[in-house]
Design a protein around this ligand. Structure first.
Ligand code: C2E
Ligand code: MG
Ligand code: MG
Length: 563
C-alpha cells in the first residue's frame, strides 16, 4: 500500500485493511480512466466503463471513491504536485483498487485499476505494510488503526477494552553481548511466547525494538487483563535458549483500561506508559495497572528533574569523601556526590544520577565533581589517592580524556593520584572506543577501577581486554560473608582471578570487623565501608587523617585477636 508520492496511503484513504467497504458506487468499474474538474466533479470518462455513473448527475470524486480521505487528497492535488499520486485501497473480500491521480490542465485524470484476481500478491503487499518482518506480528501502523477502531467500538455501553504495553527487561545487554542475530532470535522467541498466552480476542503488536503492545476487546477486561499480565510475566521467568545458551529476560507490563483510564488513543497510551514506568520502578518483572496515584509520583519526579537542572548553579551539590584503607593504612578517599534539595532534603545519588544521565546533565555535574575532588585532594598527604566515579553517560560523551587531563593540569594534581571508578555498564556500549578511552587514560597515568563488580554482567572478557588497576567487589557479596559459604567462595575466586591478572581488590561496604577478617584471610587488598568510616564531609577529613591509625585499628583488631 504505497503512495506514489511521499504520502502514505493510510493517511490519504479511509479504507481500513481487512474491513468491509461499501462498493455500491464502484461495483461496475473495471480498469478505466476518468476526468474530474477542479471542483472534483466527474467531467468525462474515457473508454467508458462507468455504467452506474451514467444515470447520475455528475457525481463527485468522493462519491465515486468513498474510501478517499477528502482533505488529504484534495490538499495534495491542489498543491499541483509534480508527480502523480498512487493509492491502493483494500475494499475487503480480497478486492483492491489502485488509483493514480494526474494533474492535466484543467482536470484531474484518474486512472483506476480494480483487481480481485491477483489477490495473493495484493494480500502479500498489504501484509508487508502492516506487519513487522522480524516477528511476523502486526506493526505500529496496524496498532494505531486497530486501537482507534477498538476505542470506537466501545463508545457507550458497558464494553471495555484494555491496552497493555510490554517491555523486555535486560534486552539490551543480551543484544550487546551476544550480538544482533541473537537479539533478533530472542525477539522472535519472545513474540511467540507472548502469542501463546493470548486468547482469541487479544492481539499482540510489535511497536519497536523490544516494545510490544496488546489490545484486547470485550467485557470483563479488567480482571482478564490482570490475569493475562501475570501469565505473561510468569511465562518470561523461564529462560530462552539461543544458540545453546540460556538467556533470562523478564517482562514488565503497563495496563490501562478504556474508557476508565482514557477514551482516546493518546490518553490511553499515556496511561499504559505510566503504568509500565511504575512496573519498571517497582523492580521490573511485573504487571501494573494504571492508577491515578502513579501520575503524582511522576509529577514529583518531573519536579525533581526540573530542580536538578538548576542544582549546579544554585550550589546545591556537595561531596563527601569515604576513606579507602590498604592493609592497615589510609591510602585515600572516594568522592561521593550529594544533593541537598531546598525543600525535599537529601536526595540519594541512586535517584538523581540516572536522572541527570538521561537529561544529559551528567557531563557537567561529573566535571564539577572531578575538579572539586581533585582540588580537595591537594590538601591531603601527597601519596593519597582520590577516587572519582564516572557514569556511563559521562564516559561515552566525546572528549572525556581531554577534559580530565585539562582538569588535572589546571588543578595541579599528579595523574597517578586520580583513580576513576567505572561500572560494567560503561563497557557494554561501543566497546572498541571504550577500550581506546581506557587505554588513553591509563597512558596518562590515571588509575582505573571497575566498580560494583559482580552485580551486573560480570563478563570476564572485560578483564581480559583491559587491565584495570583495581577491582571493587560489591557490598552484596561482603554483607553476608561471615555466614554465607557461597559469598566466601565467590569472593575468594574473584580475588584470585584479579591477582592473577595483576589487579588489586577493594571490598566495598565492609561493616563489621568479622567481614574485614574474612576479607583479609581471603587476600583482599583494600577496604572501604562503615567499619572504617562513613563518608565524611570536607570539614571532617583533617581530623580523620590525623587519627587514621586509630580508625584503622578498628578493622585490624579482630585479626590481632585471632591471628
Ligand atoms: P559506589 O561508587 O559503589 O559507592 C559506594 C556506595 O556505598 C556509596 O553510596 C556509599 O555511601 C555506600 N557505602 C559505603 N560504605 C558502606 C557500608 O559499609 N554499608 C553500606 N550499606 N553502604 C556503604 P552512595 O553515596 O549512596 O552512592 C551510590 C552510588 O552513586 C555510588 O556507588 C556511585 O555509583 C554513584 N555515585 C556517587 N557519587 C557519584 C559521582 O560523583 N558520580 C557518579 N557518576 N556516580 C556517583
Ligand atoms: Mg564507586
Ligand atoms: Mg560500588
Amino acid at each position: 500500500m504505497e503512495a506514489g508520492g511521499e504520502w502514505d496511503l493510510s493517511e490519504m484513504s479511509n479504507a481500513q485493511p481487512g474491513r468491509q467497504h461499501s462498493q455500491e458506487a464502484t461495483n461496475d468499474w473495471t480498469d478505466g480512466l476518468a476526468f474530474f474538474d477542479r471542483q472534483f466533479r466527474l467531467a468525462d470518462i474515457a473508454n467508458s466503463v462507468l455504467k452506474s455513473a451514467s444515470g447520475e448527475s455528475s457525481p463527485s470524486l468522493w462519491d465515486v471513491y468513498p474510501e478517499l480521505d477528502r482533505t488529504a487528497v484534495s490538499d495534495y492535488l491542489q498543491s499541483t504536485p509534480a508527480r502523480p499520486l498512487s493509492l491502493t485501497s483494500d475494499l475487503g473480500n480480497g478486492a483492491f483498487r489502485e488509483l493514480t491521480f494526474h494533474s492535466i490542465g484543467e482536470f484531474y485524470g484518474v486512472v483506476q485499476t480494480f483487481r480481485t484476481g491477483d489477490k495473493d500478491e495484493r494480500a502479500t503487499l498489504l501484509h508487508q505494510a502492516t506487519h513487522d518482518p522480524l516477528t511476523g506480528l502486526p506493526n505500529r501502523r496496524r496498532f494505531a488503526s486497530d486501537l482507534s477502531d477498538a476505542l470506537l467500538d466501545i463508545d457507550g455501553g458497558d464494553e471495555a477494552m484494555c491496552l497493555m504495553q510490554l517491555d523486555l527487561d535486560d534486552f539490551k545487554p543480551v543484544n550487546d553481548t551476544l550480538g544482533h542475530p541473537a537479539g533478533d532470535k530472542l525477539l522472535q522467541l519472545a513474540a511467540g511466547r507472548i502469542r501463546d498466552c493470548l486468547s482469541g480476542t487479544e492481539r499482540v503488536y510489535r511497536l519497536a525494538g523490544d516494545e510490544f503492545a496488546i489490545i484486547s476487546a470485550g467485557s470483563q477486561r479488567q480482571q482478564r487483563s490482570t490475569e493475562l499480565g501475570n501469565a505473561l510475566v510468569q511465562a518470561f521467568k523461564q529462560p530462552f535458549t539461543i544458540d545453546g545458551i540460556s538467556v533470562f529476560v523478564g517482562m514488565s507490563i503497563g495496563i490501562a483500561i478504556a474508557p476508565l483510564d482514557g477514551a482516546d488513543p493518546e490518553t490511553l497510551m499515556k496511561a499504559s506508559d505510566v503504568a509500565l514506568y511504575a512496573a519498571k520502578k517497582e523492580g521490573r518483572g511485573r504487571a501494573s495497572v494504571f492508577d491515578a496515584a502513579m501520575l503524582q509520583i511522576i509529577e514529583q519526579r518531573e519536579l525533581l528533574r526540573r530542580s536538578l537542572r538548576i542544582a549546579l548553579e544554585k550550589k546545591q551539590f556537595s561531596i563527601e569523601y569515604q576513606p579507602i584503607a590498604q592493609s592497615d593504612r589510609l591510602i585515600g578517599f572516594e568522592a561521593l556526590l550529594r544533593w541537598q534539595h531546598p525543600l525535599l532534603g537529601d536526595i540519594p545519588p541512586s535517584v538523581f544520577i540516572p536522572m541527570a544521565e538521561t537529561d544529559g546533565l551528567m557531563s557537567d555535574v561529573g566535571l564539577w565533581v572531578l575538579e572539586k575532588a581533585c582540588r580537595e585532594a591537594l590538601n591531603w598527604p601527597d601519596d593519597y589517592i582520590v577516587a572519582v566515579n564516572v557514569s556511563a553517560a559521562e564516559f561515552l560523551a566525546a572528549g572525556l580524556t581531554d577534559r580530565i587531563s585539562q582538569v588535572l593540569d589546571m588543578v595541579g594534581l599528579a595523574a597517578d593520584r586520580l583513580e576513576l571508578e567505572i561500572t560494567e555498564s560503561v563497557l557494554l556500549e561501543r566497546t572498541v572506543n571504550n577500550l581506546d578511552t581506557l587505554n588513553t587514560l591509563s597512558i596518562l597515568g590515571i588509575k582505573i577501577a571497575l566498580d560494583d563488580f559482580g552485580t551486573q554482567y560480570s563478563s570476564l572478557s572485560y578483564l581480559k581486554n583491559f587491565p584495570f588497576d583495581t577491582l571493587k567487589i560489591d557490598k552484596y557479596f561482603v554483607s553476608d560473608l561471615e555466614a554465607n559459604a557461597k559469598s566466601q567462595a565467590i569472593v575468594r575466586s574473584v580475588i584470585t582471578l584479579a591477582h592473577d591478572l595483576g589487579m588489586d581488590v577493594t571490598a566495598e561496604g565492609v561493616e563489621t570487623v568479622e567481614q574485614a577478617d574474612w576479607l583479609r584471610s581471603l587476600g583482599c587488598d583494600r577496604f572501604q565501608g562503615h567499619a572504617i568510616s562513613k563518608p565524611l564531609s570536607v570539614g571532617e577529613i583533617g581530623q580523620f587523617v590525623a587519627n587514621s591509625e586509630v580508625s584503622m585499628n578498628a578493622i585490624t583488631s579482630a585479626a590481632a585477636r585471632h591471628p
